[in-house]
Design a protein around this ligand. Sequence first.
Ligand SMILES: Cc1cc2nc3c(=O)[nH]c(=O)nc-3n(C[C@H](O)[C@H](O)[C@H](O)COP(=O)(O)O)c2cc1C
Ligand SMILES: C=C(O[C@@H]1CC(C(=O)O)=C[C@@H](OP(=O)(O)O)[C@H]1O)C(=O)O
Length: 355
Amino acid sequence: MSAVWGRKVRYTIFGESHGVGIGIVIDGLPAGVMLDQTLIQREMARRAPGQSDLTTPRTETDAVSIISGLYQGRTDGSPLCAMIKNSDTRSADYAAEPRVFRPGHADYTGFIKYGGHNDPRGGGHFSGRLTAPLVFAGAIAKQLLTAAGISIGAHIAQIGDVKDTAFDPVAISETTLAELGKSGFPTLDLEAAASMRQAIHSAREQDDSVGGVIEAAVIGLPAGMGDPFFDSVESVLAHLLFSIPAVKGVEFGAGFALAGMRGHQANDSFVKHADKIQTATNNNGGILGGITSGMPLLLRAAFKPTPSIARQQNTLNANGDTEVLVIKGRHDPCIVPRAVPVVEAVIGLAIWDML
Ligand SMILES: Cc1cc2nc3c(=O)[nH]c(=O)nc-3n(C[C@H](O)[C@H](O)[C@H](O)COP(=O)(O)O)c2cc1C
Ligand SMILES: C=C(O[C@@H]1CC(C(=O)O)=C[C@@H](OP(=O)(O)O)[C@H]1O)C(=O)O
């Protein structure tokens, strides 16, 4: 299993959704960092399940126990291991024998790859629950990046066909990112937020789910970070963003819209602002040749609708027999609101690794 990532810092995630717990081992953090426990708890709470009627009713506190790597509140240079307990499991929802493959989930592919030995309860290791340790690691990365003058923030850019205002690609402020971080349902346009909530309620009422898009920004990055080709800033970020369950699309700057532009529209002209080299527009999302330009880094991640829906679906079981599936479990009608801190977290890991 590809549960290890990172070059300067190595991150190893472990656990299953209905096992004893989940967690992460982080090897390579600088020693002597006093961890910001308030920031860690705030980030964990932003992602935790059971927050409102817009999320899965499964309730987990997602309290983090740090069992190694910390001495007197500071990182001690040894691997930092953090554990999060699973408590509100309801494994009977996943007890069907032979196993029934949920359309859109990893039940079938996990079964094939691991010969039926994978833990099917709550999606096992494939569960979105494994993003909790990522958010923990992301909080540490954010703390380190803040000290370097770098801020990360995100908003819900789209739910179904309801869209929020996009970030100003040139002039995103630290204040805007900080305000978004305080919101349980971060959008730039409050009216859009109300329509998005309505779209999620409506999908749930129809025994269905809905997808969406998260737009994220990183400001304060120096020009010159990253490498061409295989380790381009886009490649490293996309690797981590596609590691988030349910992400099916990633774009940088104007992204796919660039394909429909002419060169004179797409090119970002260089201009001087108070002796600093900038660009007048930012269609390239702060990255040129795989290297940061010093402009805000902008990306968007598309999430598919939650696969586990209450509506009747046709499928197959592990014996290959037809089944009519009606999922009775507890699921997010939309993944996007809880995934905002996850997207920010993996961006934090990627940037800290590249800086
Ligand atoms: C924060 C988060 C919460 C999720 N909640 C659910 C859920 O409640 N029900 C579900 O079926 N899938 C949920 N997912 C998505 C599945 O885990 C994911 O679709 C599945 O593992 C298959 O992976 P893929 O969609 O990347 O192919 C969630 C994902 C994330 C990131
Ligand atoms: C537990 C979390 O989300 C879970 C992610 C998930 C999935 O299939 O990804 C399915 C659901 O699991 P269960 O059926 O056990 O309730 C969600 O509740 C979490 O995010 O912490």
